[in-house]
Ligand binder design. Sequence first.
Ligand code: HEC
Length: 539
Amino acid sequence: MVSVKSFCLIRFFAILAGISLAATASASVLSGIVHDPSGKPKANVFVTAQNGARKLAVTVLSDGAGRYRIDDLFPGQYELRARMSGFGDGVAIDVALGERDGMANLKLTADTADRKTTPGAAWLNALSNEPIKATFVTSCTICHDLASPLTRAPRSAEGWKEIVNKMRAQNDVYSVIVQTDDDKLSAWVAAQKFGARPAPFDAFAKGANVATKARLSEYAVGDVTSWAHDMAVDPRTGVAWVGDYVRDELIAVDPRTGEQKVYPAPVKGTGMHTLNFDREGYLWITFQLADKVARFDTRKGEWRVYEGLAKGTLVHSFALDSEGLVKRNAEGRITLSQFGGNRISLLDPASGDLKEVALPGSANGRPYGIAVDSRGTIWYTKYSENLMGFVDPASGQGKEWAMPRPDSGPHRMHIDNDDNLWIPLSGYGTILRYNTRSGARSEFALPDADAFPYAARYDAKSNRVWVTGNGGNAIYALDPATGKATTFRLPSLLSYGRMISIDYSTGDVWTALSSYPNKHALRDHGLLLRVHRALDLVR
Ligand code: HEC
C-alpha cells in the first residue's frame, strides 16, 4: 500500500517493540465501519488487515451496515485496506494492534482511474462473442489473467501479431497456444479495443450466492521472481506446502503463526509443478522441467528423487483419489501424466520402477488433466488439442475424441465416487460433467460469465465441486444437484487460483494464487490463499 487515502483511527495502541512469530495466547479483534466516498456505510467491501512481519493478510467483508470485524489477529503492526470494484481503495497504514482490541473506520474513494479492481472476467466480457473468442481465451488465459494492464494494453493488429509470435517463440515451451491463423486472431483482438472501459463488474449482483461471512487469509511466499505454482495441505499437521517453480524451493507455511520454512530442492532447474500428499503422509512433487518426480518426507525433511523419465517429458499431474490424495492402482503404483510425452507413467514408489503407457492420438499429444476411475481405466484431457480420452493400462487399448465444443481448453479435472469426471472448460467458463460408465454429459455454467476455471476438485463431504474460477477472482462451490454455486470472492487482483487443497480437520479450502510472472499480477511475491471453514459455508 502506497499512500494514506482516507482513514479515521478511533483508538490507537502502543506499537509493540518486536514481533515473535510464535502464536500468542492473546489474539485481538479489529473492527470498524466502511463508508463510501459520500460517507454512507457500505456493504460487501473487502477489508484486509495486512501484517507485513508475518507476511499475512486477513480479509473479511463488511456487513449490511458497513461494519466489519476481524477476529483472532496477532498483536502487531497492520495496514488496513477497504476495496470494492468501482471505487478506489480506502487505506489506513501503521495501525498498531496491541493485546486489546482496536477500531478503525475506512472510506472508499471515488478515484477509479487505475481500474485496478476490475477483474479479468469483465475485460473478457467486453469482447464480442464470436467463436474466435474461445481461441483467444484458451490460448492466453492459460498464463495470463486479462486484468493485468501489461497484458491487455491496446495494440494494433501488427502489435498483437508480434506479441503472439513472441509468446509462441519465447514462452510457450508447453505448446498450449492453440494452432490457429495468427493474422486473423491478431486482427480480431486489435478490433476489440482492449483499452476501452469494460462494463462494471457487480460481484454481489442480485441473486449471486456469495459467501459473505467468509474469512480469507493470504500468505506471501518467495519473491518477485517466484512462481509459487501449486500447493497442498498436509492432512496430518495442517501445514501448507508450496513449490516454487522458478526458485527450486519447497516452502512450508504454518497457518497458525504464518511462520515459513524453506527447503531447497535437491536438484536445480526443477520446475516444481504439482504437489499432493499420499495416504502414507508423503508429499509428492513433479519436477516438470527436470523430468523427475520427487517424494518428500515432511517429518524428516528428506527427499527421494525418482529418475528414469525421458528428456522433455514435462511430467505434470498425479491421479488423485476422491479425498485429493495420490491414488494407488491395484499394483500399488501411482499414475502420472507426461505433458510432453503423450504417455502416462505408472511409478512404483518402493522400487522406483516406471511403466509407461502410450496414449492414442498423435505422438506430439499433450495430456493435461488426469484421473483413474473405479475400474482402473485412466482418463485424460489434452488442453490445446481440445481432446479427451481413456486408456486401459493393462491392455494399452484406448480411444480419444474431440471435446463437445471447439477450443474449450479442458483444464485440471477430478473424478468423483460415481466415476463422473469434472472438467473445467476455460474457453467457456463452464464445468463439464462426463460419466465414464455411460458417457452421459452435462455442462454447468459458473456464476460469472467469462471466468476461466483452472482446476475442479470434487469433495464428498460438502458434496460440492470446488473450482478455481480465475478472471472472476473467485472460488466456486458448485452443487451438482442444483447446478448452482456458492461463490467465495477473493480480495486480490488477478487471483489465478490453481489446484484446490482441502484441510478436513478444519474445513478450510486452500489454493495457490499464481498468475505469472508476478509483475503482471502487480505483486512482488507468490501467494497462498486459505478460505477458513469453507466447507461449512456452502449453502
Ligand atoms: C506459457 C505461458 C504464456 C502464454 C500461453 C502466453 N503468455 Fe504472454 N507472457 C508470458 C510471460 C512469462 C510473459 C513475460 C515475458 C517477459 O517479461 O519477458 C508474457 C508477457 C506478455 C505480454 C507483455 C508484453 C511483453 O512483450 O512482454 C503480453 C501483452 C502478452 N504476454 C500477451 C499474451 C497473449 C495475447 C497470449 C495468447 C496468444 C499470451 N500472452 C500467451 C507467458 C505466456
